[in-house]
Design a protein around this ligand. Structure first.
Ligand SMILES: C[S@@+](CC[C@H](N)C(=O)[O-])C[C@H]1O[C@@H](n2cnc3c(N)ncnc32)[C@H](O)[C@@H]1O
Length: 358
C-alpha cells in the first residue's frame, strides 16, 4: 500500500472508532435516562469554541501519530490496532454491566468489592471503584473490559495518546543507547503499566531493549502478560508492586514512563511516586509521563474536565487538574522539565542530571 493509501486507511479507521464511541455514549446515555436517571449534578455543555478546539486537537494528534509512525518511531501496524482482540465478547459484556455501574453511581457507592477479592495490603486510596468500575482494578473482568472502556471514553484515541511519549523518549535515550554494549542493555520501566498498552508501544519503538512493567493489580498484570506474550521480541518483565516503593534497585533504568496514573493518586502520593522514579533512574536518565490535560492548558476545555469528575468517580482529579507537577518533579530532583499537550492529554519529560550521584 502506498503511504497516502495507508494514511487514508488510518484516518478512516479512526473516524469509524470515533463514530462508534459517540454512538455508544449517546445511546447508553439515553437508555440510562430511562432506567436509572442520574442523581448527580448535571454536566456542562461545551461552547461552540470549545467544540472547535476539541476537533482541532483530534486532528493534531492523529497527524502527529501518523508522522511518528511514518518517521519510523514505531510500526504503522500499531495505528490499525483495536483496543481488544475480543471486541465481540467484551462489548456485550461491557453493555451488560452498564446498569450495575449506573446503579452504583446513583448510590455513590465507590468502595465495593466482590467477596472473593482479597483487598488486604493495598493502599486505602487504591481501594476504590474508579469510574465506578466494578471491583476497581482488582478483578479479571475489570481487566478484560478496561481497554475497551478507555477507547470509548477517548473516542478511539487511547493508544494514540499513550504513543505521544515514544518519539521524545526515543530521541532522549539515543545518546544513552549509543554508549551501551548491546541494545538489550537499555532498560525501560513502565510504572502502573496496567494492561500493557504502553509496553506494547515501547516494544515497537525499542525492539531489543529490556522492558519492565510494574502495577499494583495482579489481574491487570495478567492481562498485560497475555497481550505482551503475543508480541515478537523478549517478554517484558512484569512485577506486582507499589509505585511508591518501586521493587528495583537504585539507578537501574535508563528511562521510566508512566501513563494515566497521576490523576488517580492523592497529591502527596504523586510526590512519593516521582521520588521513586528519580531513585530508580540512572544519572542521565529520562522520565516521560502522560496524563489528563489540566485547567491551565485550555480554559475553554475546563467544562469537559469538570464533566469528567462529575460523571466518573475520580476522587483526586479535581486536585490533579490544578497540580504543579513541574514543581513536584523538581522537588524529586529532576531537571530540564518540558511539557506539551495533545488532545485531552498532557506530557511531562524530565531528566536526572548526568552528574547526580545515585
Ligand atoms: C488508569 S490505569 C492506567 C493503566 C495504564 N498505564 C494505561 O495506560 O492504561 C491506572 C493504573 O495504575 C495502577 N495503580 C494505581 N495506583 C498504583 C500504585 N500506587 N502503584 C502501582 N500501580 C498503581 C492501577 O492498578 C491501574 O492499572
Amino acid at each position: 500500500m502506498t503511504d497516502s493509501l495507508t494514511k487514508l486507511a488510518f484516518q478512516t479507521v479512526q473516524q469509524g472508532k470515533n463514530y462508534f464511541a459517540i454512538a455508544h455514549k449517546m445511546v447508553s446515555g439515553q437508555i440510562r435516562e430511562w432506567i436509572a436517571p442520574r442523581v448527580e449534578q448535571q454536566t456542562q455543555s461545551l461552547s461552540p469554541q470549545a467544540l472547535q478546539k476539541f476537533q482541532k486537537r483530534v486532528d493534531e494528534i492523529l497527524e502527529r501519530d501518523w508522522q511518528d509512525a511514518e518517521a519510523g518511531v514505531y510500526s504503522t501496524d500499531l495505528l490499525f490496532e483495536g483496543a481488544t482482540d475480543t471486541f465481540w465478547w467484551d462489548y456485550p459484556l461491557l453493555c451488560w454491566e452498564l446498569p450495575q455501574v449506573w446503579e452504583k453511581a446513583n448510590r455513590r457507592s465507590y468502595r465495593e468489592f466482590s467477596s472473593q477479592i482479597d483487598t488486604r495490603g493495598y493502599p486505602n486510596y487504591y481501594l476504590q471503584n474508579f469510574h465506578y468500575q466494578i471491583d476497581g482494578y482488582l478483578s479479571d473482568r475489570s481487566a478484560e473490559l478496561y481497554d475497551l472502556q478507555v477507547e470509548i471514553l477517548f473516542n478511539g484515541l487511547g493508544d494514540t495518546m499513550r504513543r505521544r511519549i515514544l518519539a521524545p523518549l526515543k530521541q532522549k535515550t539515543a545518546s544513552l543507547a549509543a554508549h551501551l554494549e548491546t541494545p538489550r542493555d537499555l532498560r525501560i520501566l513502565d510504572v502502573a503499566c496496567g494492561t500493557g498498552r504502553t509496553l506494547k508501544g515501547l516494544r515497537s519503538t525499542f525492539p531489543e531493549a529490556s522492558l519492565f512493567g510494574v502495577d499494583l493489580s495482579p489481574t491487570y498484570l495478567r492481562k498485560a502478560n497475555q497481550l505482551l506474550c503475543a508480541q515478537p521480541g523478549e517478554l517484558p518483565q512484569l512485577l506486582q508492586g507499589n509505585a511508591e516503593a518501586l521493587p528495583y534497585r537504585d539507578a537501574f533504568f535508563h528511562a521510566v514512563t508512566c501513563v494515566f496514573l497521576f490523576h488517580e493518586l492523592p497529591s502527596p502520593v504523586r510526590q512519593n511516586v516521582l521520588n521513586e522514579m528519580f531513585r530508580v533512574l540512572q544519572p542521565g536518565g529520562v522520565v516521560a509521563i502522560c496524563d489528563s490535560i489540566q485547567v491551565e492548558d485550555d480554559p475553554d476545555l475546563k467544562p469537559a474536565l469538570e464533566n469528567f469528575q462529575t460523571l466518573f468517580h475520580e476522587p483526586y482529579y479535581r486536585d490533579y487538574i490544578q497540580d504543579d507537577l513541574p514543581a513536584k518533579l523538581q522537588k524529586a530532583g529532576f531537571t530540564s522539565v518540558s511539557t506539551y499537550s495533545y488532545f485531552m492529554s498532557k506530557y511531562w519529560v524530565a531528566h536526572k542530571k548526568a552528574t547526580t550521584m545515585a
